[in-house]
Design a protein around this ligand. Structure first.
Ligand code: CU
Ligand code: ZN
Length: 207
């Protein structure tokens, strides 16, 4: 009997009150149900909450961006930006683009209205750094490197921009900026990687 009680009470280890309740429950059958039910219900919502938080919580704040074709290109695509503790994770996908490397950057203005994408301004560079490819520091906060497009015309890149965020009004925020995909490869050269014209543009707006 004693071992049976102690097993029941394992559920209640964190709470002295529950331990006492469990102890008394051993005497009568009825009280056993009520201490067990509260012990079980706090556990179930807790498990649900931890499962849901990474997808929808504040830390996982995500913004979807639709890319527009620019400079007469046939590009289509989209990006998902997600805040992480390290920075903003950018998942960029394009279609109907010529095979090869294409420079991709966050530019300083969230304005894709110009047919050539020039309205998006230059690379987003709040720290006044030099242009560089990812893995090189320092670099423009908006430098995402290259998206590699295969023979089928599709390409995908996933990269974290360290130190960037999606906070309204923050100097390092990607909100109110634009994602640009270029016609050519970003070779890391100055001042902006020699990536040529702008074939895709997407405004980054809070959703
Ligand atoms: Cu660019
Ligand atoms: Zn740059």
């Amino acid at each position: 009997m004693n071992s049976l009680f102690s097993k029941t009470c394992w559920v209640c280890v964190s709470s002295l009150a529950f331990a006492l309740a469990c102890g008394s429950s051993g005497a009568g059958g009825e009280p056993a149900a009520s201490p067990e039910a509260p012990a079980a219900s706090p556990e179930a919502p807790a498990a649900e909450a931890t499962g849901a938080e990474p997808a929808t919580g504040g830390e996982g704040h995500a913004v979807n961006v639709a890319l527009q074709a620019k400079s007469g290109s046939t590009l289509s695509g989209n990006a998902t930006l997600t805040e992480t503790p390290e920075g903003v994770k950018v998942e960029l996908t394009v279609e109907h683009v010529s095979p090869g490397d294409h420079g991709a950057h966050v530019h300083e203005k969230g304005d894709c209205s110009a047919p050539d994408g020039a309205s998006a301004g230059g690379h987003f560079n709040p720290a006044s750094s030099q242009h560089a490819l990812p893995s090189n520091e320092p670099r423009h906060l908006g430098d995402l490197g290259n998206i590699v497009v295969g023979a089928d015309g599709t390409g995908k890149i996933e990269i974290v921009a360290p130190g960037a965020n999606l906070k309204e009004g923050d100097p390092n925020s990607f909100l109110g900026k634009a994602i640009i995909v270029h016609e050519k490869k970003d070779d890391g050269g100055q001042p902006t990687g020699n990536a040529g014209g702008r074939i895709g543009c997407g405004e980054i707006k809070s959703s």
